[in-house]
Design a protein around this ligand. Structure first.
Ligand SMILES: NC(=O)C1=CN([C@@H]2O[C@H](COP(=O)(O)OP(=O)(O)OC[C@H]3O[C@@H](n4cnc5c(N)ncnc54)[C@H](OP(=O)(O)O)[C@@H]3O)[C@@H](O)[C@H]2O)C=CC1
Ligand SMILES: O=C(O)[C@@H]1CCC=N1
Length: 283
């Protein structure tokens, strides 16, 4: 879907957010920053004013009532913690006149079948798209994976992919891969921040000023990521090219291997995936 069609669809549908926290704000602010929607076409709900006041300061519409969002908007992001989803939907007392909505869930672990079951109380055959985005889409460098529910239409998939592709990479995958792939995109930034922080700490330990160490670590991670994406070469090969025989890097690499950094990273992805599957089971 081209950018003009996305803009028109968003202007026509209005964009709703049930849940107004960090992930919802990253998506809404990212879309506004990229010029895809104006703040006045965005509506968000949450029980308290803690987050909503930030939305109002940006000219967006807010409500403490989820029903209002579902009435006002035709495309609605569900951005509450998975454990609050039932409560958020059971808040909605009058469902008359609510139809033809597209629900885009960003909740970890919630399958499209489970989403459809809950949303069935609002309308028959709810159209659902399940996404696992990440917060870097705020700066146009996001990474999202998504899949459609049983009643999602081709246009629903296109609008979601169109919107999120404007904020970074957005890839359609099979639902069976959502938990594992969603951990790489959704949780991944936290793992990467931890690496940036600890490499910067190492620099500080060696006498590099904190600001400089952090800037160097972040830019180096960005550069390494660009090398993998733009050259298409294997990360192992790229790593080998940095390690001069008898040089400094290989000594650092051995230290990382001794401390089990690869195994720790793999175990982190596995543990977070199992947690996501577990969150899904409780629904
Ligand atoms: N943070 C991230 O990087 C990512 C998060 N996600 C998913 O996004 C979702 C939200 O996470 P995140 O933004 O981090 O969480 P936050 O805690 O920042 O935000 C949660 C929001 O939900 C609101 N809320 C709580 N109960 C209800 C309710 N009954 N009805 C409506 N709104 C409600 C909260 O209200 P109040 O403002 O009053 O506290 C808050 O605005 C989760 O499902 C998570 O799995 C997915 C990918 C990445
Ligand atoms: O930690 C979480 O559960 C959410 C989902 C992915 C990132 N944050």
């Amino acid at each position: 879907m081209d950018i003009t069609s996305i803009k028109l669809a968003l202007q026509d549908s209005k964009l709703g957010f049930v849940g107004a926290g960090k992930m919802a704000q990253a998506i809404a602010d990212g879309l506004v920053k990229q010029g895809l929607i104006s703040p006045s076409d965005i509506h968000a709900s949450a029980p308290s004013d803690t987050n909503l006041k930030l939305w109002r300061e940006k000219g967006m519409n807010t409500a403490n009532c989820n029903e209002k969002i579902i009435r006002n908007c035709k495309i609605i992001f569900i951005a509450v913690k998975p454990q609050y989803f039932h409560e958020a939907i059971s808040d909605i007392k009058t469902t008359d006149g609510i139809a033809n909505r597209l629900f885009v869930s960003v909740m970890a672990g919630f399958s499209t079948t489970a989403l459809e079951e809950v949303l069935n109380r609002l309308m028959p055959s709810p159209r659902v798209v399940r996404v696992m985005p990440n917060t870097p889409l705020l700066v146009g460098a996001g990474c999202s994976v998504f899949c459609g529910g049983s009643s999602a239409k081709e246009d629903d998939m296109l609008i979601v992919q169109g919107m999120l592709s404007e904020l970074g990479k957005c890839i359609q995958i099979k639902e069976s891969m959502m938990s594992g792939a969603g951990v790489i995109s959704g949780c991944g930034p936290a793992f990467m921040y931890l690496l940036i922080e600890s490499i910067a700490d190492g620099g500080v330990k060696m006498g590099v000023p904190r600001d400089l160490a952090q800037q160097l670590a972040a830019q180096t991670m960005l550069g390494a990521a660009e090398m993998v994406l733009k050259t298409g070469r294997h990360p192992g090969q790229l790593k080998d090219e940095v390690c001069s025989p008898g040089g400094t890097t290989i000594v650092g690499v051995q230290t990382l291997e001794d401390r089990g950094v690869r195994s720790a990273m793999m175990a982190a992805v596995e543990a977070a995936t199992l947690k996501s599957i577990d969150l899904g089971k409780k629904k």
